[in-house]
Design a protein around this ligand. Structure first.
Ligand SMILES: Nc1ncnc2c1ncn2[C@@H]1O[C@H](COP(=O)(O)OP(=O)(O)OP(=O)(O)O)[C@@H](O)[C@H]1O
Length: 406
């Protein structure tokens, strides 16, 4: 049984060139606007305990979809079935009366979210405590900063006992410490079986918090899958590759790009030769074989290491390394490039992604992006034993020795 089902959802907006056109249309009649389809035939389903991310470029329709799901906007067509309360943090200030105090708004906003008077009173102290607004809780909300508004909005929404919690970019206005506190609260909510709908441009958070993701492009669902796969697809959307090329590439699973120059193979080695298992701190070599079908100059080679959760652990490229000599390839040429680095990573399994592109990143001119070309493991230590994800070569010095004055 799903807690949320969306079927055939459509939403368009009337766009006017100027406010005057809107007025003229009202007074004089005649059409002076054009329809813009912000959400087009979107379908999705969310099971209890599932966490779904919506990713896409600016204007893709993510916020509009969340507003339709939470009932802030009405759809033109389609069905939204909700089982259980859906609350969340949408556009800042939504659902607050700015002339009333924060304390009074707990009642206003709480009842909008579906809490009855008894529930609100029962949770009021917890909501106030979580929001950490001090005496400001008694001031009118028009005096609040956006961060303060976010604190109160988040606190009410998460304490409203939702079945599904919705988070839009609004979370990002909080300061870093409060954001971390919110993320901990979201994880706690998930661990108790709560579902999450999450919109963020922070793709690391998407991978960290969600187990499924949808890519929206111009109001349509263009991809649905694991967060890892969705993020990769999203990069392809940004790189504006055509659909046919994307499908063909994902079927072969050897990456995407123009492929005038492409990575043929890659291999990891230690001092003894080819291996997929390293000790922390051991010297590693990555050998990459590249073939050029056409002559291409000024290419950069990039490497990205991810952990088993798909989180980026380390990434760099020849441009960032300050390698003056970008790579040049002649037609029909095969090249082997070796990257050497100490494997200063903690115990665990990792993947290697490689890219050949122009400039600092692969978003504009991408010759080849090959996701998860290799897997390897760090098991054991060449360094002193350490905890965590990276090895930092710590030095120790005892300085400033002084007797404490009697
Ligand atoms: N009230 C509105 N009136 C007219 N057009 C709107 C309205 N709200 C959204 N749109 C348009 O609908 C499209 C989708 O907007 P939406 O805010 O949902 O995108 P988004 O994916 O959330 O983008 P972002 O990442 O920038 O927040 C955009 O082209 C936007 O201009």
């Amino acid at each position: 049984m799903h807690i949320l089902t969306v079927k055939g959802l459509h939403k368009s907006f009337s766009l006017y060139n100027s406010p005057l056109d809107r007025l003229k249309e009202r007074l004089l009649g005649g059409q002076r606007h054009r329809q813009y389809s912000a959400i087009h035939d979107v379908n999705l389903a969310l099971a209890p305990g599932e966490s779904l991310a919506l990713i896409g470029q600016n204007g893709a329709g993510k916020s509009t979809l969340l507003k339709l799901i939470t009932g802030v906007l009405l759809a033109d067509a389609g069905v939204i079935e909700r089982r259980g309360r859906i609350t969340g943090l949408l556009e800042l200030g939504t659902g607050f009366d700015h002339e009333l105090s924060g304390m009074e708004n707990i009642s206003v906003n709480g009842s909008l979210l579906g809490m009855n008077a008894a529930e609100i009173e029962q949770r009021r102290a917890t909501i106030v405590e979580f929001a950490e607004l001090g005496d400001y809780i008694h001031e009118p909300m028009r005096t609040y900063s956006s961060g303060m508004m976010m604190r109160l909005g988040f606190s009410i929404a998460i304490h409203a006992d939702p079945a599904c919690f919705v988070v839009d970019e609004a979370l990002s206005v909080g300061d870093a410490r409060f954001q971390q506190k919110c993320l901990r609260k979201i994880r706690d909510f998930q661990s108790k079986g709560g579902s999450l709908l999450f919109v963020s441009h922070d793709l690391t958070s998407v991978k960290l918090l969600c187990n499924r993701a949808i890519v929206l492009d111009q109001g349509r669902t263009v991809f649905e899958g694991t967060p890892d796969a969705a993020v990769n697809y999203y990069y392809q959307v940004i790189a504006r590759l055509d659909q046919v090329e994307m499908v063909a590439n994902s079927a072969k699973n050897t990456g995407y790009g123009l492929k005038n120059v492409q990575i043929l193979s890659a291999e990891l080695q230690n001092r003894s030769g080819k291996t997929e298992s390293f000790s922390a701190g051991e010297q590693a070599y990555l050998n990459i074989q590249i073939i050029a079908q056409q002559a291409v100059s000024d290419l950069e080679l990039g490497i990205l290491i991810r952990d088993r959760f798909g989180q980026d652990v380390f990434g760099t490229n020849t441009a960032l390394l300050g390698n003056e000599a970008a790579l040049h390839f002649s037609a029909g040429q095969t090249t082997v490039i070796e990257l050497g680095f100490p494997m200063n990573l903690g115990i665990g399994k990792y993947t290697v992604t490689l890219a050949l592109h122009k400039d600092m990143d692969h978003l504009e001119h991408c010759e080849h992006w090959w996701d998860n070309v290799l897997e390897f493991e760090v098991a054991g230590f060449h360094t002193p034993v350490f905890a965590g994800m990276v090895y930092l070569p710590v030095t120790l010095q005892q300085t400033g020795k002084r007797d404490i004055a009697a």
